[in-house]
Design a protein around this ligand. Structure first.
Ligand SMILES: [Zn+2]
Length: 165
């Protein structure tokens, strides 16, 4: 691969990272506004339910149990949706915070610094074979995915024993 290819690859990775972050932000903004919308609808339903109960028990109007149950179901339905969206929002936030730590863990496992090579962001010794900086989690140009797994497995399959010969 040429230096130009490497550069283009690096830039593409950075762009993808920024786009992913943007999508996450958009997703969480979207979820928050959906939750607010559902909470407004639930409040409206709760007022309606309260009205039915006041009519039935105070104003002695003819309000069937079914009608009250139906209204309760609608409120509970909104609450279920709100809870689902809230847990989605939570997992989105947790994933965002967990990413750098897991990247650092990945970078540290089997870490062997490449002489003369350091992280472009924090300048800690880094390995050309690793995808992320072990100190700050910065994305490096190292191999990724299945290629990385192969590289990690390599020392086991290689039978280099200095005591032989
Ligand atoms: Zn770094």
């Amino acid at each position: 691969m040429s230096i130009i290819d490497d550069m283009v690859n690096g830039i593409t990775k950075e762009v993808n990272k920024v786009q992913e972050r943007g999508q996450e932000m958009f997703q969480s903004f979207n979820l928050s506004s959906q939750i607010r919308d559902l909470e407004r609808k639930r409040s409206t339903k709760l007022v309606e339910l309260g009205r039915l109960i006041v009519d039935k028990y105070h104003n002695k109007k003819e309000v069937s149990e079914e009608k009250i149950q139906e209204s309760v179901n609608e409120v509970v339905g909104y609450e279920d949706q709100i809870n689902i969206l809230k847990s989605e929002l939570d997992s989105l936030k947790t994933a965002d915070q967990a990413a750098p730590a897991s990247q650092r863990a990945e970078a540290k496992s089997g870490f062997k610094p490449t002489p003369g090579y350091d992280c472009p962001r924090c300048h800690a010794p880094a390995s050309r074979d690793k995808k992320f900086c072990p100190a700050c989690g910065e994305t490096l140009g190292g191999s990724d995915g299945p290629v990385d797994v192969e590289a990690d497995a390599e020392p086991e399959s290689r039978d280099v024993d200095p005591t032989e010969n």
